[in-house]
Design a protein around this ligand. Structure first.
Ligand code: CA
Length: 220
């Protein structure tokens, strides 16, 4: 899952990147509203953490423009303390959730997980596919109750597939959701990660859709 962090306070931006990366997300960052607006239009983020007080274009305008253009990506806004007007304006502009500064990183991670789950139509914190279970609270996979040990890239690929059970997921989708924008993106690496995942999983769960991509199939 790929998250855009828009925050102009360098220390907080750094803390957000550390926490999100540690939780298994791929993170792109920007410190101003103009770049944020552009990135949100161009790149398929799974969620955005958007500060409202930003240089060049304020966060509320960025959000309104995305929504006016039909961008439905989940957005969590960061608002200043004691400014309830900002919260109301943010929610009216299309924010899915908000946090007031200062906040606990654990709370931000929990709210973000919930936003991403709901965006994919999952109500539960645990996603199940046959023998595979993903506990989104801990970013942990088990297979038949046994912990599945994955590298960070394997985790990101399987995490994305688990959020799109039964759907065709193209190599491009996977590349765009497991690498940040400035990363050297090579779709051949996807096949390598899929190959490794298949070795770690019971057979038949990851189906190849010839020439197009992959599909996670859940046995009854
Ligand atoms: Ca700010």
């Amino acid at each position: 899952m790929r998250v855009l962090v828009v925050e102009d306070e360098p220390t907080l931006a750094m803390q957000l990147v550390e926490a999100l990366t540690g939780a298994g997300y791929v993170v792109d960052t920007t410190d101003n509203g103009v770049d944020a607006h552009f990135l949100g239009e161009q790149e398929p983020f799974d969620a955005v953490v958007l500060d409202l007080g930003l240089p060049l274009m304020d966060g509320l305008t960025v959000l309104k423009r995305w929504r006016a253009a039909g961008r439905v990506l989940p957005v969590l806004i960061l608002t200043a303390r004691d400014n309830w007007h900002e919260k109301v304006a943010g929610i009216d502009a299309g924010a899915d959730d908000y946090l007031t500064k200062p906040f606990h990183m654990e709370e931000l991670l929990a709210r973000l997980r919930a936003l991403i789950r709901r965006a994919h139509g999952h109500a539960s914190v645990e996603l199940q596919c046959g023998p595979i279970m993903l506990d989104t609270r801990f970013g942990r996979f088990t297979v038949n109750g046994q912990l599945l040990v994955l590298t960070s890239h394997e985790f990101r690929v399987l995490d994305y597939l688990m959020h799109h059970i039964g759907e065709l997921v193209t190599r491009t989708d996977l590349v765009e959701h497991i690498y940040a924008q400035d990363h050297d993106r090579d779709s051949n690496t996807i096949d390598v990660f899929i190959g490794r995942l298949r070795k770690k999983l019971p057979p038949g769960l990851i189906e190849t859709v010839h020439g197009r991509g992959y599909r996670l199939i859940c046995p009854e």
